[in-house]
Design a protein around this ligand. Structure first.
Ligand SMILES: Nc1ncnc2c1ncn2[C@@H]1O[C@H](COP(=O)(O)OP(=O)(O)O)[C@@H](O)[C@H]1O
Ligand SMILES: [Mg+2]
Length: 322
């Protein structure tokens, strides 16, 4: 496979199926995308569209060994599929960092937050006083209020926003090339959300860190991302630059998601839900997965895979009727 040095991560026809009772669930189907160095790339879609499955596949954090995975995952030109489990352990954290919606899952409740940061990142340094000072500096960089107090706090004594700052501090200190952030602000209020997004933008600006940002909120995409992939029921509906997508959304699902954008803030209401819900696909027969919710579907859509149409260098969408 040819490797372009601008490109950091490449998914080449990634498909993931989970074994479920009586068969397999197609959580991700034939997804191709690439993320450039220093780029903020968003994956957007409702719950159940396969966003987290993509993140976990990249990190090799899928729940067990019963999934069927096909297609390639290339990082810095190397095929991660060929890496041993030990090699992947080295990739996680050092070269690719990940933060989750609920940081409590990643923090140990019985240790002070600062101790966990210190242990995660300053293993090689002996002098406790110096290490502690560096952790406080990191907290300060994360705009943590009262950093010299907060390093001594246990995770349950911190707010959701503060915990997410602790997680980002750890990631930042390890200086990964790619940060995968899976719904990092979904549990936070709007003010804190804005601060976390700002920290991520600064990460990119200061260290050229690429960010794969997973969200169901198009408002966040508009605010921070360079490019975006819209997913529906495991398939790519559309992808392109944020400018392209907002200027000329071409897939009917993209249009619906954008219409559902809350105009004011989270307080004004969650995403206005679109009629219907994301189906769980277990059949292998062809057809557009958006068919039964689509305002412009025709009979043809039910049984034929939609063609991928290109509108420019990086803008493409999959639809029969557009
Ligand atoms: N471990 C699993 N076993 C079976 N099905 C799963 C598992 N994890 C996720 N799924 C299913 O795969 C689909 C995609 O899930 P997910 O990747 O979590 O979507 P998202 O992150 O976009 O909400 C959903 O239908 C979900 O129920
Ligand atoms: Mg998810």
């Amino acid at each position: 496979m040819t490797h372009n040095s601008r490109e950091l991560l490449k998914l080449d026809g990634l498909s993931v199926e989970y074994r479920i009772r009586g068969g397999y669930l197609s959580a991700v189907k034939n997804v191709s995308m690439d993320i450039g160095r220093g780029e903020i790339f968003a994956i957007v879609g409702e719950s159940g569209c396969g966003k987290s499955t993509i993140a976990h596949s990249i990190m090799r954090l899928l729940p067990d060994k019963n999934e069927r995975i096909s297609g390639g995952i290339y990082f810095e030109g190397e095929n991660l599929g060929a890496y041993s489990d030990n090699q992947m352990t080295a990739v996680r954290g050092k070269r690719i960092g990940m933060i989750f919606q609920n940081p409590l899952d990643s923090l140990n409740p019985v240790y002070r937050s600062g101790t966990q940061v210190a242990e995660a990142i300053f293993l090689d340094k002996k002098d406790r006083a110096i290490v502690w000072k560096e952790v406080i500096d990191l907290y300060r960089e994360m705009k943590m209020p009262d950093p010299d107090q907060r390093v001594r706090s246990f995770p349950h004594e911190l707010s959701g926003g503060m915990r997410q700052r602790v997680m980002i501090a750890m990631m930042l200190a390890r200086n990964p090339k790619l940060l995968i952030a899976d719904e990092p602000t979904t549990a936070l209020d709007v003010t804190v959300e804005a601060q976390i997004l700002e920290i991520m933008s600064r990460l990119r600006a200061d260290f050229n860190t690429s960010i794969l940002l997973i969200t169901h909120n198009f408002g966040i995409v508009a605010e921070i991302a360079d490019r975006v992939a819209v997913m529906y029921a495991g398939e790519l509906a559309e992808q392109g630059s944020v400018f392209d997508i907002f200027q000329s959304p071409s897939h009917p699902y993209t249009e619906l998601l954008m219409k559902a954008l809350p105009h004011q803030s989270k307080r004004a209401g969650r995403l206005q839900t679109i009629e219907g819900s994301v189906p769980r696909i277990t059949s292998t027969s062809p057809g557009c997965r958006f068919y039964n919710r689509c305002p412009i579907a025709s009979g043809h859509c039910e049984n034929h895979d939609p063609p991928v149409r290109r509108l420019g260098d990086s803008h493409s969408y999959a639809c029969h009727n557009r």
